[in-house]
Design a protein around this ligand. Structure first.
Ligand SMILES: *[C@@H]1O[C@H](CO)[C@@H](O)[C@H](O)[C@H]1NC(C)=O
Ligand SMILES: *[C@@H]1O[C@H](CO)[C@@H](O)[C@H](O)[C@H]1NC(C)=O
Ligand SMILES: *[C@@H]1O[C@H](CO)[C@@H](O)[C@H](O)[C@H]1NC(C)=O
Ligand SMILES: *[C@@H]1O[C@H](CO)[C@@H](O)[C@H](O)[C@H]1NC(C)=O
Length: 180
């Protein structure tokens, strides 16, 4: 399986990667249910780009499903590593999906999206930056996009798409003689 081949190839360089956001897009398809006030990346220092999101849920949400897709950029984006759906309310009760858990652990401390359903009112992610050491899934160098499609009460209501670059920092690698 391609996934395991990648794991095998990249585990040795996990301690020497640079990972940063490159793009963030949000769109609501029903502004009477979900509104984005802010959806932006900001460079706070040479090596750190933070993601800020501020949205409001205007009608209580007790059923939420998320379609998640990860693509790798290569002459446009190509469907690639992952494509799955989670029941977000169930996930927030018990982190049953290991991949969603990795993504969630990356951002939860920067967010008020940290409780079980129902959800209502302000949804904030503030100052979120990537820490590759928490990402237990290694990737080959490249630019990736994680597209999240949110279905509230089974209706598609909004999307958030985030792109990031994952680069092996070979200069600083302890295993500088690593070859492909
Ligand atoms: C998010 O990405 C998907 C592809 O995965 C695309 O169809 C959709 O238009 C994008 N939405 C936004 C708001 O960029
Ligand atoms: C838009 O949101 C409202 C709740 O504020 C909901 O009742 C309605 O069904 C939604 N419309 C669509 C097309 O999903
Ligand atoms: C989010 O946006 C709302 C509406 O503009 C604003 O009132 C609120 O202060 C913002 N919250 C944060 C944490 O930026
Ligand atoms: C959830 O986030 C809010 C706002 O950041 C914070 O006050 C609260 O302590 C957090 N709760 C948990 C369980 O992490």
């Amino acid at each position: 399986m391609r996934f395991f081949r990648i794991l095998f190839l990249l585990v040795p360089v996990l301690d020497s990667v640079v990972m940063k956001f490159t793009n963030f897009e949000c769109e609501s398809y029903n502004k009477s249910w979900f509104v984005f006030h802010n959806c932006r990346l900001k460079a706070v220092s040479r090596n750190r780009i933070v993601l800020n999101m501020n949205g409001s849920i205007l009608h209580p949400v007790s059923v939420c499903h998320v379609n998640a897709k990860v693509d790798k950029k290569a002459n446009g984006y190509k469907p690639w590593i992952l494509d799955f759906q989670i029941d977000a309310c169930r996930f927030l009760r018990k982190n049953y999906n290991p991949v969603a858990k990795i993504v969630y652990n990356l951002f939860r401390e920067f967010s008020n999206i940290n409780h079980t359903c129902p959800y209502m009112g302000p949804q904030i992610i503030q100052g979120f930056y990537l820490r590759p050491e928490l990402l237990k899934l290694p990737f080959p160098t490249g630019e990736y996009r994680l597209s999240l499609r949110f279905f509230l009460h089974r209706k598609h209501q909004f999307d958030t798409n985030v792109s990031f670059a994952y680069v092996e920092d070979l200069l600083n690698s302890k295993k500088g003689n690593y070859t492909k």
